[in-house]
Design a protein around this ligand. Structure first.
Ligand code: ATP
Ligand code: MG
Length: 674
């Protein structure tokens, strides 16, 4: 390794290994680079065994990328046993070994937020989505503050909180009965475990001796405690972060953790990085000028040697269809002019729902694109059907998985039988699976219904036996054949095309299990827990393909693209109206800052004059954040006094011409849902 491609403060940060270190710096200043190079330094120069190092990032994608980057610096044998993961997967890793201390078995299930919401809506006896969501996020915030249900009830000082706290208590009991955990538990429970079982903590402190944490500004109280406990008195860690990029307050992220670090580790050394290696001076100036409207926590300066660069384009569009056409048209024209590749472009937006119009236009023009932060592959209904089987194989106490698997495909077990089975299970305090498989626990179920139930349980039991012995992919393929999943898809879907596309997805899941099982030598049960962690935030890893990146601003954190279109820069969207109402404009401004600083060479901001909301056209205002960029750095298109923007019809024909010119080289990579 050479420390040459590093500036002096970066080098300082890497060489300082004897105590706690915080690297506090703006976007694109090489914080993540410090982490990857430091891993190399720790192993090669300081004699650390890779098994004793844990690097923690915010998303699975970031973790994968980090491992890839380190893989380029070092040989794989040197990295054997290293932990590079998200907080959640680190927590899961710990719990897989230690769960019995907490009354869980090691094969616990992990519920995604959809399944968790279902439990909450059952408890509330409400199908009101908004209500359920509110209660769910209240519980989540408590969990992240490490308050259990009793403490929450004590602290509750209004009717809503009291309802939430009682729901929390019932919810937790249900999770325990299912031997299931939600995402928050994956971090909360290890923290609780370490606090109550010092011998377990000591074991893990010995196992993970040096910690590196990326995107530190987004840690919440619980995650911070996990770091603090693991680091212990030795405090051997490097945290890197940027307070201006803290965008997860809504999930309990607490910027105070930056200050807390100084308080809890008085020996904390702070390194600041000021040179930006990502963006042109103009892009940086725009970012700095927007963020200067927020109060400062820490003083930071950022400069770049990458030249002044092009002004930032601000494009006014008529409506959302027009916006998508204009963006794609500009993208194609730019690509043609500069001979770039599709993967050099990113379209970033505030909310997932905004992507649909862009997808339509991209698809029409046969432009390949990759989505991040959209509906995850693992959230597709057909995939969740198959996953229900896998969850049940891993953990027969997982009642939601039992119901989904038993009824998909239908096995002639009706709702009445399920209800009676549920009543028996409650009576004997058993899981549905246990009630179904043991005659003594299903007193109320009629004889005629017993056979399909027994067959099902026997089938699952045989799969459980095979799960730890056979390769995951083959086993699942076998299982799908036995249950006739493909035929069922074709029977139950309206069109053959829809069934085909679903079966293709299932097939892809099987291939993924096969690959992943071999690569990480994991069996089906271990893989099932891993899948649960691939959350809504990330989508599927599609590897290096030449495709336009589409991403929410949240999911774009830490990444960089040569050319960025930041769309929907309007009041109500960015800043989001809910945030404006709740006095959270500063967080929205940080989100804008994150968006601007993803761009390396060019940045285009677009906004509409009117937008459809709940079926009605509303006139909207350009985002206040555009106004916070200095006029010298902006070029306006489409608005009065600005440069002309091609009209809708002209735009369409130009678009068609351009894409015809480029078309021969274009292949389509993403035809999901088509
Ligand atoms: P963010 O805040 O967005 O996460 P960051 O601070 O983590 O950004 P990096 O992603 O590590 O920044 O680096 C930004 C870009 O600058 C990367 O392309 C990286 O390879 C490059 N870079 C970092 N340090 C140097 C350096 N000393 N010399 C040349 N290039 C560098
Ligand atoms: Mg980074």
């Amino acid at each position: 390794m050479s420390l040459l491609q590093l500036n002096p403060p970066q080098r300082d940060a890497i060489k300082y290994v004897d105590g706690p270190l915080l690297v506090l710096a703006g976007a694109g200043s090489g914080k993540t680079r410090v982490i990857t190079q430091k891993i190399c330094h720790l192993i090669r120069e300081c004699g650390y065994d890779a098994r004793h190092i844990a690097a923690i990032t915010f998303t699975n994608k970031a973790a994968r990328e980090m491992l890839e980057r380190v893989g380029k610096l070092m040989e794989s044998r040197e990295l054997k046993g290293i932990t590079v993961s998200t907080f959640h997967s680190l927590g899961m890793h710990i719990l897989r070994q230690e769960a019995p201390h907490l009354g869980y078995k090691t094969q616990f299930s992990i519920l995604d937020s959809y399944d968790a919401a279902k439990i909450i809506s059952d408890i509330l006896k409400s199908t009101h989505k908004d209500e359920v969501r509110k209660v769910q996020s209240r519980i989540s915030l408590w969990k992240n503050e490490l308050l259990d249900a009793d403490a929450a009830l004590l602290a509750a000082d209004n009717e809503f909180d009291r309802i939430c706290a009682t729901t929390y208590s019932a919810y937790q009991a249900t999770l325990m009965a299912y031997q299931a955990m939600d995402f928050d538990d994956l971090i909360r429970l290890p923290v609780g475990l370490f606090q109550t079982h010092p011998e377990v903590l000591i074991k893990w402190q010995g196992r993970l001796r040096y910690l590196l944490i990326d995107e530190y500004q987004d840690t919440n109280t619980c995650q911070y405690l996990l770091v603090k406990l693991l680091a212990g008195v030795r405090g051997l860690f490097t945290a890197v972060g940027d307070d201006d990029q803290s965008i997860y307050a809504w999930r309990g992220a607490n910027m105070e953790n930056l200050r807390l670090l100084q308080h809890d580790f008085p020996a904390l050394k702070i390194v600041k990085l000021e040179q930006n290696y990502r963006s042109t001076a103009r892009i940086l100036r725009a970012a700095n000028s927007v963020i200067s409207n927020n109060p400062k926590l820490f003083e930071k300066q950022l400069w770049s040697e990458l030249g002044l660069g092009e002004p930032i384009h601000a494009v006014m569009c008529k409506d959302e269809d027009h916006e998508a056409e204009i963006v794609v048209q500009r993208l194609l024209a730019h690509k043609f002019e500069y001979r770039t590749e599709f993967k050099d472009y990113a379209i970033l937006y505030r909310g997932n729902y905004q992507s649909r119009v862009f997808e339509t236009v991209l698809r029409n023009q046969r432009i390949p694109y990759q989505m991040a932060g959209g509906q995850s592959f693992f959230d597709k209904p057909e995939i969740k059907d198959v996953l229900a089987y896998l969850r049940l194989i891993a953990n027969p106490d997982d009642d939601p998985a039992f119901i989904r698997a038993l009824t998909t495909p239908k096995r002639g077990v009706g709702a009445t039988t399920l209800e009676k089975l549920g009543a028996s299970a409650a009576l004997f305090d058993k899981s549905l699976f246990a009630s179904a498989s043991e005659p003594g626990f299903r007193v109320q179920v009629q004889d005629a219904q017993l056979k399909p139930l027994e067959d099902f349980c026997r089938f699952i039991t045989s799969l459980q036996y095979r799960a730890t012995r056979e390769p995951a992919g083959e086993l699942v393929m076998d299982m799908l054949k036995v249950i006739g999943f493909e035929a069922w898809l074709y029977d139950s879907e309206d069109s053959t095309k829809a069934a085909e596309s679903k079966w293709k997805n299932v097939f892809e899941l099987v291939a993924w299990l096969q690959r992943k099982g071999e690569a990480d030598s994991k069996n089906l049960i271990e893989l099932t827990q891993t899948i649960a962690l691939i959350t809504m935030l990330e989508g599927r890893d599609e590897g290096e393909v030449d495709a336009v990146h589409m991403s929410t601003l949240h999911a774009s954190k830490g990444l960089e693209y040569p050319h960025v279109f930041l769309v929907g820069c309007e009041e109500g969207i960015l800043p989001h109206s809910e945030s404006v109402d709740n006095g959270m404009v500063e967080e929205e401004r940080r989100l804008m800052y994150v968006g601007i600083t993803r761009a390396q060479r060019s940045l285009t901001l677009t906004y509409c004059v009117k937008r459809r909301r709940a079926g009605e056209w509303l006139f909207v205002e350009p985002s206040r954040f555009i106004g916070e960029i200095s006029g010298d750095d902006l070029r306006h298109f489409g608005k009065k006094g600005g440069e002309p923007i091609v009209s809708k019809t002209e735009g369409k024909s130009r678009l068609a011409n351009l894409s015809a010119m480029l078309g021969s080289k274009v292949q389509k990579t993403d035809d999901k849902d088509s």
